[in-house]
Design a protein. Structure first.
Length: 131
């Protein structure tokens, strides 16, 4: 498990979680605030909970040059391929290895991924504040 806190909490509460198919089916009747992002593959992989739908869409889709991908949506899809369970809130990035046993060699990529996401979220936040 790896947790990385944002330097300053974002001024609107949200939660983004990676999901597996079984959890999606079991939890779907109890959801009432899920934000639709309308990106192929994203909604099947992540649950987004936020009262400020337009703001979270702008945060996720903000153009972020200089990274491995163009925006947070693509970042999250890339991290999902790494077999990490992911949870992001307005305060932290949480990653957990989906395997049963974590090898020492797996810790560095997990930590690097968490810190990379913190930097990308901060960059997206700065873009939102300029608008």
């Amino acid at each position: 498990v790896c947790e990385a806190y944002l330097p300053a909490a974002i001024n609107f509460p949200f939660e983004i979680k990676s999901e597996n198919v079984i959890y999606q089916v079991l939890a779907s009747p109890f959801r009432n605030k899920e934000v639709k992002v309308d990106i192929p593959g994203f909604e099947n992989s992540f649950f987004v909970d936020c009262d400020e739908e337009d703001t979270i869409r702008r945060l996720l889709g903000a153009d972020l040059p200089g990274g491995r991908t163009p925006n947070l949506i693509a970042d999250l899809l890339l991290i999902k391929k790494s077999s990490f369970q992911l949870r992001i809130t307005d305060e932290l990035v949480y990653l957990k290895n989906e395997g049963e046993f974590l090898e020492a060699a797996d810790i560095k990529p997990m930590l690097n991924s968490a810190l990379y996401l913190v930097k990308r979220i901060q960059s997206a936040r700065e873009k939102l504040e300029k608008v």
